[in-house]
Design a protein around this ligand. Structure first.
Ligand SMILES: [Zn+2]
Length: 465
């Protein structure tokens, strides 16, 4: 009997894992880490409900940690098959998985210092060595052509327009001469964004597993160009600096592209721009290498001479800690981009400590700020920020620019679903908090008249029934 089991990203947006079984073989689609509140993170420590050594293959939709961050653990726990991913996803994982392992090791160290561990000494979920071991199991698959894993499973990837390398997977499952097509949306991106391609439509599916992260809302439609230009000009006028806590994958590159465009159109002055994040610098290199994921507009601009659309005219890449600290000495208008995006750690902290007390400066928050993060406190109007144990007065302008989500909103996911030429037997809504998934079920029922199910953890169905 063929079977698909929901092992993650149900009732939450993290931990994506779907087990597909047919003809005695097991394929895992995505292998994500649970992130967020503690009870959810605890699931990373619970034994997987199936023995990892009995899984034959893993295939990935994209490189984000909530879709890949459990790989080092599953390999450590006995998975021995290939991990299929396209070139861009593999190269992003080479950056992101060791970084995730490093954070796990830091967490264990922190718990050791605080002394509240149940393990003695506290153990990381996985180590950098585990991440390296997982990376050796990667095998590259085509960006778009179908490839056959086994007589049971053929996978056809399409561009999901979410991050570099992101795909939706159309998997044909065959057993005893019967077959069915199941589409795994991965994360669905945006339409008409500056850099990445639009999410590609897929014509055929018997069943669809679709994300619903923003299923209950639409993103603001006002222009991010105008919003950024207004802030930059305001800050320049008062002689301040702009600090942007940056998400290394995607967000930094989009912001750079917009700043560059604004400079070209002379809507903002050319300012020294510091990219103070080795990870972001490495990811930008991948954008330049993987042109298959760019929109035509971007490619054309890139070809027109000495043109680097992903960097402002006066860009400075700072890789070393000393270079990073030297930015503190700059007293004229400039732009500083640094990680982490929610101000939870990394070099952004010393930039905030330096720039927050001065009312001429501005901090641009350009992404989701999780509960309990410094980014969220600033967004909510905190007057004091605790950084490295010091209380830092917040006098800088805190500006939110919320147009940069990499996830399609309600209207965009419906648009993507409308590409299917026939009603599926069932649409399963995954990768959404319960209010978002429930609201989106209503939208789909109303607009598309499709049968919709919101599955629970460990639910399963037979796609060949
Ligand atoms: Zn994602």
């Amino acid at each position: 009997m063929a079977k698909i089991t929901f092992l993650g990203a149900v009732g939450t947006v993290t931990g994506s894992k779907y087990l597909v079984e047919a003809g005695g073989k097991r394929l895992l689609v995505d292998c994500g880490l649970f992130q967020g509140p503690k009870p959810l993170r605890q699931r990373n420590w619970d034994q997987l409900p199936i023995d990892p050594s009995t899984i034959d293959w893993i295939v990935l939709t994209h490189a984000h940690i909530d879709h890949t961050g459990y790989l080092p653990r599953i390999v450590r726990d006995g998975f021995r098959g290939p991990i299929y991913a396209n070139a861009a996803t593999r190269e992003l994982c080479e950056l992101l998985l060791p970084d995730s392992a490093h954070l796990q090791e830091e967490d264990a160290q922190y718990i050791l210092k605080k002394g509240y561990s149940s393990h003695k000494p506290p153990l990381p979920l996985y180590t950098v060595a585990d991440a390296q071991a997982a990376l050796t199991r990667f095998q590259e698959i085509p960006r778009k052509d179908p490839f056959t894993i086994s007589p049971q499973f053929t996978v056809k990837p399409t561009d999901a327009g979410h991050i570099l390398g992101s795909s939706s997977l159309q998997i044909t499952i065959t057993e005893n001469g019967k077959s069915a097509v199941v589409v795994f949306s991965g994360d669905v991106g945006r339409y008409d964004q500056p850099i990445l391609n639009d999410p590609e439509p897929i014509a055929k599916a018997d069943y669809i597993l679709c994300e619903s992260t923003y299923g209950d809302r639409d993103h603001p439609k006002d222009s991010p160009y105008d919003a950024i230009a207004a802030i930059v000009n305001r800050v320049v006028k008062r002689g301040g600096a702009i600090v942007i806590p940056a998400f290394a994958v995607g967000r930094t590159q989009t912001l750079m592209y917009i700043l560059r465009q604004l400079e070209e159109r002379q809507q903002i002055p050319r300012l020294p721009t510091f990219v103070d994040s080795p990870m972001a610098i490495n990811v930008t290199d991948l954008y330049v290498r993987h042109k298959e994921d760019h929109s035509l507009k971007f490619t054309r601009e890139e070809q027109s001479g000495n043109h680097d659309p992903l960097n402002t005219h006066e860009v400075h890449m700072t890789r070393t800690v000393d270079e990073s600290k030297a930015i503190n000495n700059i007293n004229s208008p400039c732009i500083i981009m640094s990680a982490s995006g929610m101000c939870t750690g990394g070099r952004i902290l010393h930039h905030l400590a330096r720039r927050l007390p001065d009312s001429r400066n501005a901090i641009i928050l350009a992404g989701y700020q999780g509960e309990g993060t410094l980014g969220r406190y600033l967004l909510e109007g905190a007057k004091l920020a605790r950084i490295y144990g010091d209380e830092i007065p917040v006098r800088a302008e805190i500006a939110e620019v919320s147009q940069f989500s990499a996830h399609g909103d309600r209207g965009e996911i419906v648009r993507w679903l409308s590409g299917f030429t026939a009603t599926p037997k069932q649409l399963y809504l995954v990768h959404g908090d319960p209010p978002a998934a429930q609201a989106f079920r209503g939208t789909v029922q109303q607009q598309l008249h499709w049968p919709v199910t919101i599955p629970a953890y460990m639910d399963s169905f037979d796609p060949l029934a």
